[in-house]
Design a protein around this ligand. Structure first.
Ligand code: SF4
Length: 208
């Protein structure tokens, strides 16, 4: 499928390439699912980072149907199962997740509660795919960080039925709540291994 060129941001792509991070553009999330299905072999193990975007895409179901071994914490029925799935996802062939924001200068920003998702992005899985909608692109790293703290974190907290102050006031107040959701703030500045991390961007909106 030919991608709408008006959507492709070449400057962003070059800025990521200079940091050894690849960027690919797609018209839709459905196209991304097809792309991943063709890229990831059936005998590969896959870790999945919990994400509203991936849920909407039904990525877990797609790869379970294909026959891959998939480690996704949302399959776990007990605390111990969830913990085990999170740990196993750290040493997979592929890791698929979303990100809270990217900046046009080539950075990837994430906020994480327990840290498993950002840990896998940083090191462990051989290849990492991060899927985002166009709503998560910000002009600068400062704006991307603001997005992660003031939009993504409160909405994620609400979704997880946690109640730090940002759920009520709608923005980050840099709390020390026992229910703080942003114990880890990650900024991926680049990659040591070229070809390990690819950002897949859909010309649609999803997630937060
Ligand atoms: S530090 Fe607290 S208030 Fe700020 S985003 Fe995180 S949980 Fe919400």
């Amino acid at each position: 499928m030919v991608v709408d060129q008006a959507f492709v941001n070449k400057d962003l792509e070059i800025n990521f390439q200079q940091r050894k991070i690849a960027v690919k553009w797609f018209n839709s999330f459905e196209e991304i699912t097809h792309y991943l299905s063709s890229e990831i072999p059936m005998d590969a193990s896959i870790g999945i980072g919990n994400s509203q975007t991936l849920k909407k895409m039904k990525i877990l179901e797609a790869f379970l149907t294909k026959g891959n071994v998939v480690y996704d914490k949302t399959i776990g029925k007990t605390h111990e199962e969830v913990k085990s799935l999170k740990r196993k996802a750290l040493l997979t062939d592929y890791y698929i997740s979303s990100a809270n924001a990217i900046s046009e200068d080539g950075r990837i920003i994430n906020i994480d509660h327990s840290g498993n998702r950002v840990a896998a992005m940083h090191y462990g899985p051989e290849k990492v795919f991060l899927i985002i909608g166009k709503n998560k692109i910000e002009s600068t790293y400062v704006e991307a960080l603001k997005r992660a703290r003031n939009i993504a974190a409160p909405l994620n907290a609400k979704r997880a039925r946690m109640n730090p102050p940002c759920v009520k006031v709608g923005k980050c107040v840099d709390c020390l709540s026992q229910e703080r959701v942003c114990n880890f703030i990650s900024i991926i500045e680049g990659q040591h291994v070229e070809g390990r991390l690819t950002v897949l961007i859909a010309n649609e909106e999803a997630g937060f």
